[in-house]
Ligand binder design. Structure first.
Ligand code: NAD
Ligand code: UDP
Length: 701
């Protein structure tokens, strides 16, 4: 398997138990032929001298700066057979969300700190895991077994919670010919909650058995502890010295943190390491321990001084027999190879489950589907562009849900879609919180096209236009986050305002008048872009943003006031053709079929965040030239009448589409004359009844 692991640290074991765990597990996985990439956040504490394994020889290790930088690895995460996110990964919630969105295979959570995690969740702390993510991860591997696993599945909805304990490498931790220096040892950093047990099971026995020798190794013990004279203190014991330490102990003590005792079934690595050294362990008592080691044979359970005293009075032979039995148990069940086998088995099962889910999704249309069928939300799907998009997605075999308030859209645009079994229409204004029929649904993709696009129409209710872009986009982004859907925003060339750079590349930041009559649209879309990229940056959703340049074609509403629909319908009905200003202003017009292809290509783009992408046809012409072309095509005898130029009407506009060509391999294919002919034919056939309807005047003039 190709596995990507995002963990706290592999390179540095400094002050964390994670690196040791990952090293043992991943080394064993690599030895079984798996290809592993470990991605580690660059953190000052784990850098420099603290990096004790900068170049592991069993897997690839790359560092990343932050979530944005991590997105460089989107391709490999996508291609991986499985992805594992560990507990305590910085920005773990966002990293997990991003991985879920980017990965094709199962994404597992590996909790090396389950009791801590659950305590954090209980107090609303989401430092590295949100409660809702537990059901989203395909497997929850946990250092804690037993009833906690059932809780993770039943209470939090994990599809598969599995124990994946730590382990001990029996090569590194093995019996040595070492003289015994201590009757009872303890290895562990000071911790307040363990101290009373240490007091009862080691310090108290030391006081009452002055003839025996004891040792406590580990840092951070307060200076005011009154150590008996027969308790040796070792402030720091390097990991390499742990085997010798255990081997020099007749018995060693295992003391468990309070939260791990409460959860039960949470063996510490020290327990396994000491046992692997064949050092008999005296342990505090907690649920599940007897399933790991047989009490009295492989381990001693102690509650009191008397229990310890009795254990220490065992003969050397009895102690050796217990140690040997403990090591046999390690060799039989708790080596890194055992953990690798568990991981391998569970990941393979998760992959199978995921594949089965994919296969179970039925093909729901007679049309050939080039991709697996998805459930796709199209906001603004009753509009001009949105309805064409719905048709195309349905043709591809997807299930399409359209949400629209019919402000500028029309159910007539959905005439084809409505009769298809995979199509559903929900009447709703996205400025308002989404109804349960949407908010509780699962979607693979969300296209946001909802927003009046014609200047007279979007200026008719500017407040609503602004809120549609801001609140509407926010509502849809939240839905994308919850349901793990990819999100595409249709932004606009209007965000360049009246451009001073020509043609307009995506790097141009625009020249928008923020207080003019067009601002409700332009600034609303700019804010929608900001929200979208923030969601992406925060790892809440994979977001795509295109900036659409003037697009035309069948289903443009003859009443919506845009230039192509106005001019074509005016020409067909032999009415005066309204040219605003002197007609020297330019636009570049893209045919709708080309545009829909661009939207789908952008949504499907799997690489790292490409930033905003212009979609449009770079063939630029003046409004006068457009009118001439339409008059010629239609043979109309309409006269041109001049109207005042609307306020802030951009003087020129032409997309630089190099980025779309490079990133998406997308270019418009329909020549203007052909597109206009198709549009005119549609208007003539479908919109003939509008011929005598009044057309809107220019606004803001
Ligand atoms: P359109 O007006 O035909 O379609 C917009 C659709 O959104 C309509 O069906 C309308 O009823 C719906 N809508 C509007 N506000 C809504 C709300 N608050 N809640 C739910 N539905 C709402 O416009 P279009 O040309 O199809 O444009 C689609 C998208 O593409 C728009 O977001 C627009 O900004 C963008 N765009 C279009 C062009 C273009 O030339 N067509 C250019 C740039 C950007
Ligand atoms: N226009 C025009 N006559 C019309 C409608 C529009 O001359 O009946 C002009 C408008 O002033 C603008 C260009 O055509 O310069 C394109 O306008 P449209 O409303 O289609 O879209 P915009 O690109 O301005 O958003």
């Amino acid at each position: 398997m190709r596995i990507v692991v995002l963990g706290l640290s592999l390179a540095s074991s400094w002050g964390n138990g994670h690196a040791v765990t990952y090293r043992a597990l991943l080394k064993a996985m690599a030895a079984r032929g798996h290809d592993i990439l470990f991605l580690e956040r660059e953190v000052a504490w784990y850098a420099g001298d603290h990096r004790d394994l900068p170049e592991p020889d069993f897997c690839r290790l790359h560092f990343y700066q932050d979530l944005q930088d991590l997105k460089r690895f989107a391709g490999v995460v996508h291609g991986a057979d499985a992805v594992i996110i560990g507990s305590y990964v910085p920005d773990g919630v966002a990293v997990g969300r991003w991985a879920k969105a980017a990965a094709r295979g199962p994404v597992a959570f590996y909790d090396i700190d389950t009791p801590v995690t659950l305590a954090r969740l209980a107090r609303g702390d989401r430092e590295y895991l949100g409660p809702e993510q537990i059901s989203e991860y395909d497997v929850y591997f946990s250092f804690t077994g037993g009833p906690t696993l059932e809780r993770l599945e039943r209470e939090f909805g994990s599809p598969a919670a599995r124990a994946l304990f730590c382990s001990a490498d029996p090569e590194a931790y093995r019996p040595l010919e070492t003289a015994k220096r201590w009757d009872l040892s303890y290895l562990g950093t000071y911790s307040e909650d363990r101290q009373p047990t240490l007091e009862r099971l080691l310090i108290e026995p030391a006081r009452r058995m002055p003839e025996r020798r004891f040792v406590v190794a580990g840092p951070q013990y307060p200076t005011d502890i009154d150590w008996p004279a027969n308790v040796e203190r070792i402030e720091h014991l390097a990991p390499a010295d742990h085997p010798a330490f255990y081997n020099a102990s007749r018995f060693t003590l295992n003391v468990t943190r309070a939260d791990m005792i409460e959860a039960g079934h949470s063996p510490s690595i020290r327990l396994f390491e000491a046992a692997a050294c064949a050092t008999p362990v005296i342990s505090d008592v907690w649920k599940g321990l007897d399933q790991l080691f047989t009490p009295g044979e492989e381990i001693v359970l102690a509650r009191s001084f008397e229990d310890v005293e009795a254990a220490l009075s065992a003969s050397d032979e009895q102690a050796r027999a217990m140690g040997a039995a403990a090591r046999r148990r390690i060799l039989a069940a708790h080596t890194p190879v055992h953990r690798a086998q568990t991981l391998e088995r569970e990941l393979a099962a998760a992959i199978r489950r995921k594949d089965m889910i994919r296969q179970e999704r039925p093909m729901q249309t007679p049309f050939a589907a080039p991709h697996a069928a998805k459930t796709i939300l199209v906001a603004g799907g009753a509009g001009f562009l949105g309805s064409h998009l719905c048709d195309r997605l349905l043709d591809q075999g997807h299930r399409v849900v359209c949400v629209d308030n019919l402000l500028t859209g029309d159910m007539a645009n959905l005439e084809h879609a409505r009769n298809r079994p995979n199509f559903e229409f929900i009447h709703h204004d996205i400025v308002q919180p989404l109804p349960a029929s949407l908010a509780e649904r699962e979607f693979d993709e969300i296209y946001n096209l909802a927003c009046a696009a014609s200047p007279p129409l979007y200026q008719a209710d500017p407040e609503h236009t602004m809120l549609t872009s801001v609140m509407g986009t926010l509502h849809l982004l939240r839905l994308a986050e919850r349901t793990n859907a990819r999100f595409l925003l249709t932004s606009t060339s209007e965000i360049y305002g009246d451009p001073e750079v020509h043609p307009q590349p995506e790097t141009y930041r625009g020249n928008v008048n923020p207080t003019g009559p067009r601002a409700c649209y332009d600034e609303g879309k700019r804010a929608a872009e900001t929200l979208s990229f923030d969601y992406d940056r925060m790892g809440k959703a994979v977001v795509r943003v295109c900036r659409i340049f003037n697009t035309y074609g069948p289903r443009l509403s003859a009443a919506d006031g845009r230039v192509v629909s106005n001019v074509v319908s005016q020409a067909l009905s032999e009415r005066d053709i309204t040219v605003f200003g002197d007609g020297s202003q330019t636009r570049s017009f893209c045919y709708v079929d080309d545009m829909v292809g661009g939207l789908i290509a952008l949504m499907a783009y799997e690489g790292a965040q490409p930033g905003p992408i212009n979609l449009g046809n770079p063939v630029e012409l003046t409004v006068n030239e457009l009118v001439e072309t339409v008059l010629k095509l239609t043979g109309s005898r309409s006269q041109v009448v001049r109207r005042p130029l609307p306020i802030d009407d951009p003087r020129r506009r032409r997309p630089d589409i190099d980025k779309a060509a490079e990133v998406l391999d997308w270019r418009p294919a329909t020549p203007l004359e052909e597109g206009l002919r198709l549009t005119a034919r549609w208007f003539d056939a479908e919109a003939g009844h509008l011929r005598n309807d009044p057309l809107p005047e220019a606004v803001g003039a």
